[in-house]
Design a protein around this ligand. Structure first.
Ligand code: ADP
Ligand code: MG
Length: 366
């Protein structure tokens, strides 16, 4: 019952002359897969879902379901159901009648609609809650009901617009498990919108990164971590090491000196980015070290610590490294850093529109 969703060149301009909210967005969501659209606030994520659902009309581009173009098809005829950040339940109706609502509108007899509602409440682990008024539920329960209501419509595509972002960490993890279980049982096609890489990682088979209305990169999240295509992708995935320089003949030259790159990169200006997990911290005199510097800040992250190492170059030139679990290094300690060849990625310098925010990288500011 799940269908393949095909977005092609989707563009939405709200007012003529203004920048598009979404600009030529193309994405394949194979039947039965879960693809996450990941991006910061205002990047166009909800616009993707609204255009897909038919709640808004594209200025250009198409939405196809199993190859059929949905232009002109109203939202209620698209075979899609959407869950939003807020559950939007009818507070005065019972939980059961909230879930049964779409069936009732479709003319399903009351008794049958209620039976089906109970089935879906069971699927979201709310069996026995049917008689309660919706207003008596907690936030996590409300979102389960919203999910049950969406699933009861037997959509061919499930659209999720940051549905768990208002929940606390523990509840969010529970909802992630629930959605993973529902995927195994019902095999829905899911298009999920989130600003949280961890959520995309927990739920999605593939990720499409949006920034400023434009698709930056799409693929399995691991690929995007290892080989970000732009500064926007690197930053969104938590990358903070950015060393400007120049590429020539497969070698990046910067304040860190010449560093050979693992694959072909076009000659010209480029920013070296390296994931903190890939950087190895060693003694300052270690001949294996690619660069030497001084720890200027330590950031705790549960069992692991991240160190910011100031390296030669303009003020603020720094490399972040994740330490092994339990390892500690104080600020002020000189260290050597190994930047494994395979972990060196060069991305284009930021354009004027996306100049780096100095508050992010300047270690001299605190
Ligand atoms: P996200 O969901 O990633 O936060 P949206 O898709 O909601 O982003 O919005 C993308 C951009 O489009 C934003 O700059 C937003 O202000 C703009 N936008 C969204 N809806 C409208 C509208 N109805 N009129 C004008 N601009 C809009
Ligand atoms: Mg949004």
């Amino acid at each position: 019952m799940s269908a393949a969703l095909d977005l092609e060149g989707l563009t939405r301009v709200h007012a003529s002359g203004s920048a598009p909210a979404l600009d030529g967005f193309t994405l394949d969501v194979p039947a039965g897969s879960c693809v996450a659209v990941l991006g910061p606030s205002g990047s166009g994520k909800s616009t993707v879902l609204r255009l897909t659902a038919g709640l808004d009309e594209p200025t250009a581009g198409s939405v196809r379901l199993d190859g059929r173009d949905l232009a002109g098809v109203p939202p209620e005829r698209r075979g899609m159901a959407m869950v939003f950040q807020r559950p939007l339940l009818f507070p005065h109706l019972s939980v059961r009648d909230n879930v049964a609502f779409a069936d009732r509108v479709r003319g399903v007899p009351r008794r049958r609609a209620r039976e089906r509602a109970e089935e879906y409440l069971g699927l979201v682990q709310l069996a026995g809650y049917g008689d309660r008024p919706a207003r008596a539920l907690s936030g996590g329960q409300e979102q389960r009901v919203a999910l049950a209501r969406a699933l009861a419509a037997e959509p061919r595509v499930l659209l999720l617009d940051e549905p768990f972002s208002a929940l606390d960490t523990a509840l969010r993890a529970e909802m992630h498990d629930l959605l993973a279980d529902l995927r195994l049982r019902l095999d829905p096609t899911v298009l999920l919108v989130t600003h949280d890489p961890a959520e995309a990682d927990a739920l999605a088979d593939a990720v499409a990164v949006l920034d400023g209305g434009r698709l930056q990169q799409a693929g399995p999240l691991g690929e995007l971590y290892a080989r970000p295509a732009s500064l926007a992708v690197s930053r969104l995935l938590g990358g903070r090491t950015e060393v400007p320089g120049t590429v020539r003949d497969g070698v990046h030259t910067s304040a860190l000196g010449p560093l050979a790159l693992p694959g072909p990169v076009p000659d010209g200006p480029g920013v070296l980015v390296v994931r903190p997990e890939a950087v190895r911290v060693t003694a300052p005199g270690d001949p294996a070290a690619d660069v030497t510097g001084t720890v200027v800040r330590v950031r705790r992250r549960g069992l692991r610590a991240l160190v910011v190492v100031q390296v030669p170059g303009p003020v603020g030139t720094a490399v972040e490294a994740e330490l092994a679990a339990g390892e500690e290094l104080p600020a002020g300690r000189p260290v050597g850093l190994v930047l494994p060849v395979g972990a060196r990625t060069v991305v284009p310098p930021a354009g004027p529109a996306s100049a780096p925010d100095p508050a992010r990288s300047a270690i001299s500011h605190g």
